[in-house]
Write a protein that binds this ligand. Structure first.
Ligand SMILES: NC(=O)c1ccc[n+]([C@@H]2O[C@H](COP(=O)([O-])OP(=O)(O)OC[C@H]3O[C@@H](n4cnc5c(N)ncnc54)[C@H](OP(=O)(O)O)[C@@H]3O)[C@@H](O)[C@H]2O)c1
Length: 290
C-alpha cells in the first residue's frame, strides 16, 4: 500500500489511502452545509438569478463548472492504480471490468451534463461566481472520491467484487442508471422545447428567461421530475457499485440535499409566477411527500 502518491498535487491528486479516508469523512458533511439553502433565500442561478457584476455567462459558466468532476475521475484512474496496486495485479488482470463500466457511466453522464447540455439549451441564465465556485468544488471532490474508489480503494479484483455486488444487483443498478439518464434527458428536453417554441414564435429569437409550466411526461405530476430521475440514476449507480460503496452513497445524498430545497422553493416560484390555480395538483419533486 502506497504511503505517498505522486501527481498534480502529491498525496492529494491522486490521494493516498489516508487522505482518501479523510476526504470521505469530511465529504459526508456536505449534505448539512447544502441544507443551509432551506434558510437562505438567495440563489444566484437559473430562475432566481439577478444582475450582478459577479455573474458569469450561463453556458460557459456551466461548462467550466461541471467539467472538472469527470476530468478529476479520469486523471485519478490514470494515475492511482500504478501507485497502489501490485504490478502483478495490474499486469495480470488490470482493473476489473466492473470498475471500468462504472467509470464509463460516470463519464457518459457528464459528457451530456457538462458538455452537451449547455450547448443544447436555447438559452441559460447567468451563473453567480459564488455558485460557480461551490459547483466546481463539489465536482472536484466528488470526482476524486468516486475516482479513487474505482481506481484503488474499492474492489480491485474479481474476488472482491463477488463480495461487493453480485452480477444481478450490478445489472439491475445499471438498468436503473440508464432509465434515470434517459428520463433526465427527456425532461430536460421538455424545458428546452418550451424555449424552442418561444423562439419560433418570437421573430427576434430572444428567449432569455422565458418560462412556462412544462406539461410532458412526469411534469404532469411534479415540477422537478428532471431532478427526481437524476436521483434514480445515481441510486442505480450506487446499487451497481454495491451498498458498501461509500462515495456513491455520499454522492446521492449530497445531490438530494443540494437539489431538494431548490425544487421545493422552485415550486413556490411557480406559484408566485403563474398562480396557485395553475400549479395545483403538482408536487415539487417527490409525489406524495414534497
Ligand atoms: N442544480 C443542481 O444543483 C443540479 C445538480 C445536479 C444535477 N442537476 C441537473 O442539471 C439539470 C439542470 O439543472 P437546473 O437546476 O439548472 O434545472 P432548472 O432550474 O430546471 O433549469 C434547467 C434549464 O431549463 C430552463 N428552464 C427551467 N424551467 C423552465 C421553464 N419552466 N420553462 C422554460 N425553461 C425552463 C432553465 O433556464 P434558465 O437558466 O434561464 O433559468 C435552464 O436552462 C437538471 O437535469 C438537473 O437534474 C442539477
Amino acid at each position: 500500500m502506497a504511503t505517498s502518491t505522486v501527481g498534480l498535487i502529491n498525496n492529494w491528486l491522486p490521494p493516498t489511502r489516508e487522505n482518501y479516508d479523510l476526504i470521505i469523512s469530511l465529504w459526508k458533511w456536505f449534505a448539512v452545509f447544502a441544507s443551509l439553502q432551506w434558510l437562505i433565500p438567495w440563489y444566484g442561478m437559473g430562475k432566481t438569478s439577478v444582475t450582478s457584476r459577479l455573474n458569469l455567462p450561463g453556458r460557459l459558466g456551466w461548462l467550466a463548472m461541471e467539467c472538472p468532476g469527470f476530468l478529476t475521475l479520469l486523471y485519478t484512474l490514470r494515475t492511482l492504480p500504478s501507485q497502489t496496486l501490485s504490478a502483478h495485479t495490474l499486469e495480470a488482470e488490470g482493473l476489473p471490468w466492473q470498475n471500468k463500466v462504472l467509470a464509463a457511466l460516470f463519464v457518459l453522464h457528464y459528457t451530456y451534463r457538462a458538455i452537451l447540455f449547455p450547448f443544447l439549451q436555447p438559452s441559460m441564465s447567468p451563473l453567480h461566481l459564488f455558485i460557480f465556485l461551490l459547483g466546481i468544488s463539489f465536482q472536484v471532490v466528488n470526482g476524486l472520491a468516486i475516482g479513487s474508489w474505482l481506481a484503488a480503494y474499492g474492489p480491485t479484483t474479481q474476488a472482491e467484487w463477488s463480495r461487493q455486488s453480485g452480477t444481478l444487483q450490478f445489472a439491475v443498478g445499471i438498468a436503473l442508471f440508464y432509465v434515470g439518464l434517459a428520463a433526465n434527458y427527456y425532461h430536460d428536453d421538455e424545458l428546452r422545447e418550451i424555449r424552442r417554441r418561444a423562439q419560433r414564435r418570437n421573430r427576434n429569437g430572444k428567449v432569455e428567461k422565458h418560462y412556462e409550466i412544462p406539461q410532458a411526461g412526469l411534469f404532469k405530476a411534479m415540477l422537478y421530475p428532471h431532478y427526481f430521475v437524476e436521483w434514480v440514476e445515481w441510486f442505480g449507480f450506487w446499487m451497481a457499485a454495491g451498498w458498501a460503496c461509500v462515495p456513491a452513497r455520499i454522492f446521492l445524498f449530497n445531490e438530494i440535499a443540494a437539489m431538494l430545497p431548490r425544487a421545493v422553493k422552485g415550486r413556490q416560484w411557480y406559484v408566485e409566477k403563474f398562480g396557485e390555480e395553475k400549479v395545483k395538483g403538482r408536487w415539487a419533486v417527490i409525489p406524495g411527500i414534497w
